[in-house]
Unconditional design. Structure first.
Length: 558
């Protein structure tokens, strides 16, 4: 066998062109066959269509400064929770049954296996705003995204996410993805409402608990005030006033007692002096009878006291008027006693004159000392009453003084109780305010005006399958076919021992070539060769055209 590729001086462009002409079908047929096999396998594999939807989280309709949100979880945490809820076996099994997914797989796979397969077909990925703008018209996407963005001008990346589902049918992928989007929107509202209600209920329970503590503190303060009534700080002023009034009354009563004791002493002295006058009358010594000195002494004292009062007050002052009345009564008493004495000394002989006593009994009956005795008894009772009143007032003064002495202690104890009460009350007011705010936020969530999921891009209806990538698969088949064709062509050329040109002969024969015998063909053979050549070119062009057209179709239509 002659190796046409071992002699280097026989190789040139004409040689290689000859190889291509001779081995064109050795190259073209394996290349087309490999590409066709890849294309057949490609169409045997099931197509996978992916439907995508873009969701943006919008802020609540009422600004946070008016109604703060009471949903404790962050968006990422809530999204994870929603994903777990939506991708739970119960919800996915319902979707599988509603849309009759995985009909062929149901024969061999269990429900759990079908759910697991569906989970693999669902993708949830965050989407940066820049990528969102590139996914559609930049102006439209930016306008829609930034319209519900915070004041920073650009929402965080976690505010936008893309939800996709892959299925064997484009319509099925769109419908299932639409159902998943609805589940996310509903689950977001349900979670926010549930968390908001949980927060409100917790605050309500805390308010009730603190309310009970507050009522307990109020009961302690009421019990303390009831137990220490009269010793409380707010009663200090009234206690001082009452104590001052009692002390003033005590002073007045003491003055009245002193006056009554002085009056008692005067009346006692007057009574004793009158008794001495009675004894002289019994002995018949009428010439030595005279007015008792006690009356003169009392008159002198009263007049001296009146002179002093007139130096301080006017004649219309109550003390001046009272003292004048006492002087008048005393002078009247003195006049009556003197009249009695005169009637005893000079008996009257005129008919119809005032009768005079003939004995001591008659004198005693007509004596003004009956008034003295009566005044003495009255003064004695007045002294006893004043003494009792003084004792009672001293007891009350001691009691009120004790109250005032205990007031600082009670004030300190009450301040301690009020401090605890104020602390609980402040906590109660704070919790009550937060409960009211939380209730408003819960009402906002119930009206679906809180943070919501906004569908920026509705679930798409895929026009071409997402997998497998037919264009790339076609290119791979074409590459494998080209490689296989080259290998087959080269091997077939190397295995061929025929001589195809004079140059090949000169390359391995040392003697010169004297003459060449041309190939003699008839006209019929020439027409047959021409026809076969045209058929080969047509066949080859058709194969290449099929490959080119199919590859272009894969590129544009998947």
């Amino acid at each position: 066998m002659i190796d046409a590729f071992q002699t280097t001086d026989t190789k040139g462009p004409e040689h290689y062109w000859g190889v291509v002409r001779r081995r064109r079908w050795w190259f073209l047929v394996p290349c087309f066959a490999a590409w066709a096999i890849f294309l057949t396998v490609l169409y045997v594999l099931p197509a996978r269509y992916r439907s995508e939807a873009t969701i943006l989280v919008s802020g609540q309709s009422v600004p946070d400064k008016y109604v703060p949100s009471n949903v404790p979880s962050q968006l990422v945490q809530r999204l994870q929770s929603m994903t777990q809820q939506i991708l739970s076996q119960g919800k996915l099994e319902k979707i599988i049954e509603d849309f009759r997914l995985y009909e062929q797989e149901r024969v061999s796979a269990s429900p759990a296996g079908l759910v697991q397969q569906m989970r693999k077909n669902i993708d949830i990925l965050p989407v940066p705003i820049d990528d969102l703008a590139q996914a559609e018209d930049p102006a439209t996407a930016a306008k829609r995204a930034l319209a519900i963005a915070p004041a920073t001008g650009k929402p965080p990346d976690t505010l936008v996410f893309r939800l996709s589902f892959t299925a064997k049918s484009s319509r099925t992928a769109e419908q299932v993805n639409d159902a998943l989007v609805s589940l996310f929107i509903e689950e977001n509202m349900a979670i926010r409402q549930r968390e908001s209600e949980t927060t409100t209920n917790f605050l309500q329970s805390q308010v009730e608990e603190v309310r009970k503590q507050l009522e307990g503190r109020e009961a302690q303060i009421r019990e303390f005030k009831s137990r220490h009534l009269g010793q409380l700080p707010e009663q200090k002023e009234s206690n001082v006033q009452i104590l001052s009034a009692l002390q003033s009354r005590l002073q007045t009563t003491n003055d009245a007692l002193a006056h009554a004791e002085q009056q008692q002493l005067y009346l006692t002295s007057l009574s004793e002096q009158y008794k001495a006058l009675e004894a002289s009358l019994r002995q018949g010594d009428a010439a030595s009878l005279q007015s008792p000195a006690a009356i003169d002494k009392e008159l002198e004292r009263l007049r001296t006291q009146l002179t002093g009062l007139r130096g301080q007050y006017t004649d219309r002052h109550p003390d001046v008027i009272t003292l004048e009345q006492q002087i008048a009564q005393t002078e009247k008493l003195k006049s009556q006693i003197e009249n009695q004495i005169r009637s005893v000394r000079v008996p009257s002989t005129d008919i119809g004159s005032t009768p005079h006593p003939n004995s001591w009994v008659e004198m005693q009956q007509m004596s003004p000392m009956l008034q003295v005795e009566s005044q003495l008894k009255s003064t004695t009772h007045e002294i006893e009453a004043s003494q009792n009143s003084i004792k009672q007032m001293e007891k009350e003064i001691s009691e009120y003084q004790t109250r005032l002495d205990m007031t600082p202690t009670r004030e300190e104890e009450l301040d301690s109780l009020k401090g605890n009460y104020d602390q609980v009350h402040a906590n109660f007011q704070s919790l009550l305010t937060r409960q009211n705010e939380s209730q408003v936020a819960t009402n906002l969530e119930r009206r679906q005006e809180g943070q919501q999921f906004v569908v920026l891009n509705a679930p798409s209806l895929p026009e071409k399958p997402n997998a497998p990538d037919r264009f790339m698969f076609s290119l791979i088949g074409l590459g494998v076919g080209v490689g296989l064709g080259l290998i087959v062509g080269i091997v077939s050329e190397l295995a061929d021992g025929n001589v195809h040109s004079a140059k090949e002969v000169k390359g391995w024969v040392t003697v010169p070539v004297l003459a060449g015998i041309p190939m003699l063909v008839t006209a019929a053979e020439r027409r047959s060769m021409s026809k076969r050549s045209r058929l080969e070119w047509a066949s080859g062009s058709a194969l290449l055209a099929v490959m080119a057209i199919a590859t272009a179709f894969m590129f544009y239509h998947g």
